[in-house]
Design a protein around this ligand. Structure first.
Ligand SMILES: Cc1cc2nc3c(=O)[nH]c(=O)nc-3n(C[C@H](O)[C@H](O)[C@H](O)COP(=O)(O)O)c2cc1C
Length: 165
């Protein structure tokens, strides 16, 4: 093995940011309070059973209610939902009001009650199937309990640390 200097986090971010992804908001409801988090780690996993997964940072405000509720939903964002993505990625949203979805048009998921954001490209609901250690994130695998396609429009994309349509 050649001698290497320690790999840096900033270089890692710079390199992996070249992988283009979609953007989703993961949501849950616990004790009547709705929580949401912008993620680009959501991905489909298995057809038998129907599974998908995402990674949730340990420090994220969503982490504890997500684990407590054992159920969650995903709203897959459309190109015109950039401000929605920005809001659910700011730390300020957790300190301003009693409920993170106040002011955002949504409906409760039919199975879990987790909020589904209006105007999204698709919605899925999950029961947590397994969780795994993922360093400073928890890898959360969910079994699909409901799903629905929304409008046919362009997706919101994330590439090189910026939104793209
Ligand atoms: C496009 C985008 C994708 C993100 N993807 C993830 C993700 O997959 N998992 C995660 O834990 N955080 C992700 N984040 C970061 C969280 O949205 C952000 O850390 C959030 O503000 C956490 O704040 P909180 O502690 O108030 O919940 C992403 C942020 C952006 C803008």
């Amino acid at each position: 093995m050649p001698d290497r200097s320690p790999l840096s986090r900033s270089e890692y971010r710079h390199v992996v940011s070249r992988f283009a992804t979609g953007v989703s908001v993961v949501s849950t409801i616990l004790d009547g309070r709705r929580h949401g988090l912008t993620v680009n780690s959501f991905t489909s996993l298995s057809l038998d059973p129907l599974l998908a997964m995402f990674a949730c940072e340990h420090d994220a405000a969503l982490h504890q209610p997500l684990i407590g509720a054992g159920a969650w939903a995903v709203s897959i964002l459309a190109a015109d939902q950039q401000s929605t993505s920005a809001y659910f990625a700011t730390r300020e949203r957790t300190g301003t009001g009693p409920d993170q979805f106040d002011g955002w048009a949504s409906r409760p998921g039919p199975v879990t009650g987790a909020p589904l954001l209006d105007g999204s490209l698709a919605w899925l609901e999950f029961r947590t199937w397994a969780t795994y250690d993922g360093g400073d994130h928890t890898i959360v695998v969910g079994e699909v309990v409901s799903m629905q396609a929304g409008a046919d429009g362009p997706p919101l994309l994330y590439f090189r640390s910026d939104y793209r349509a």
